[in-house]
Structures are given as structure tokens and as C-alpha cells.
Ligand binder design. Sequence first.
Ligand code: 8YV
Length: 314
Amino acid sequence: TMNTSPILLMAPLYPPTQQELESRWTVRRLFEAADADALLDELAADCRVVVTTGGRGIDAAAMARLPKLELVACFGVGVDAIDVDYCKAHGIAVTNTPDVLTEDVADLALALLLATLRRIPAGDRFVREGRWLKGSMPLTQSLQGRKVGIVGLGRIGMAIARRCEAFGTPIGWHGPRAKPDVSWPWFDDVVALGRWADVLVAACPGGAATRGLVSRAVLEALGPDGVFVNIARGSVVDEPAMVELLGNGKLGSAGLDVFDDEPNVPAALLTMENVVLQPHVGSGTHPTRTAMGRLVLDNVAAWMEGKPLVTPLP
Ligand code: 8YV
């Protein structure tokens, strides 16, 4: 039997995905509602599906307004903005978009690392501003000879490690437990990893378990010649400490794609020469966003048709 329940859409999606979602089912856009509360009340009686994004999520308070809710389909692999405990306690299924974005996010991590070490944005400005006519670009650091520490050796962290192997850098990593089939050294203590590494890449999930995992102590252990790369979530790093240490020379440089309060970025970072900034574009390519949208649509269609979900959270 086909379900005809209206879908509550929490945030805008990749346009082709949103267009197909709205052409196939009844969709109500929370983000455009003049009165969000009134829309939730209106939908309480028969909304069973919510579609959201990794950045927007949905909290327990909103889900409690939808007592018939059965599915939260997330456009994104990171579900830290969804109250997953509430979903488990209330039998609400959650789907996300793993695997299809792994390689693009890992590519951006290496792009950020090389851009930061070799100061590629600065070099571009150097040429455009005519400064090459007056002299050579200052020499930079090198990736060669650096040890890379990866915080979180999941799908994305492993893809980053494979890329680092291709660049010839030694690899160390931190995760909640050792992995018997991984040959690279495991550091139970992130500070110890920061001390060992010359580059530290955050690739772990967001959420309570990893909040502030890359602490001031970790960043100080990484040190004045260290590079911090974040393609995970802003929440995984002590952002005020990172800004302070980048500003006073106790942390060498950073390549950042994610921030604590997106799209707001700490003002001090905007004028730092030792930082490369990106607007949360790890998965931001047409093929990957298309594949993520396909997974969202296939999960919603499966639910509507009473079939098994494609990528439910384990
Ligand atoms: C999403 C991401 O595009 O997958 C994730 O969790 O961070 C990005 O790929 C973003 O979350 C959408 O808000």
C-alpha cells in the first residue's frame, strides 16, 4: 500500500533532489513557514516522514510535535544534528547517505592539507596581485617528511589514510578502540597522537562523544610547526583555543572546511595568513550531491512502498 503522508522538509536540499522529492510526494517546507509551530501542529496528525540535512538535523522537541513520525531521512552522512537517541526510543528509523561521499571528502582533506602547507591560495593571490613581477614567492613547508595523525579511522578517515600512503607520509591514528587489521600505529590518547604527528586531520563523527576531542592540549602538542585539518565537524575541536593558538604561533597552520556555528566563521580567522578556509564543501560536487540525493529519494520511496530502507543507521 502506498503511504501518502505529507513529508516535512527541514532545510533546502540539492535542488534536483528537492525538485524530485516535491514532484513525487506532498512536501511541506518548514524553513519557509511563516509560523513553524503552526505547521508542526497542522502536520501532527499525519506526518510520518521528515527529510533533513546533516547540518540542519531535527531535535527531540520538534519530533515530539510529530507523534506519528516513523522516518527521518538525512541528506548527509553526519547525523549529529539529529537526536538519534530520541529516534531509537520512539522507534523512528533514521537513514543517511554514507559511502557515496567518502572519496570526495577525503580528496578535499588532502586538497586542504596541500593548500595549507604549500600556501596555494596565497600563491594565487601573489600572481594575481602582480607581486611576482617584483620577486619570488616565499618558500613554504613541505608535506614530505611529515607524519600524519588521523582522528577517526572510519570510512572517510581510512580514505584519507590511503591518500596519505600515496603521498608517502607515515600514518598514525586515534579511535575509540584499536582495529586488529590496521597496521598503522593506534594512539589511545589524542594528545599523544598530536605529539607524534606533524599534521593532524579530524575525520571523526560530530556529536557528544567527540565534542572538543581535539582539545587545546592536543593542538599545543601538535605545536608551532603543526598543521590541523578539519573536514569533520566544528564541534570536534576547541575552536576558541584553535583560533588563539593559530594567532599566537603555538599552532602553525590550519585547513578548515567546518566550523562550530556555520556559516559564521570566527572573525580572527578571516585575516590569518596561516589558515585556509572552505565553506563546508567536502561533499560539494555535482556527482556526489546527486548520489546523496538518490539515496535520500530511494530511502523515502522504500518507506512509502513498505519496503526495506536502503541505508538505515545500524
Ligand atoms: C552535507 C556533510 O552536505 O554529509 C555530511 O554530514 O557534512 C555534508 O556532506 C551537509 O551535512 C548538509 O547539511
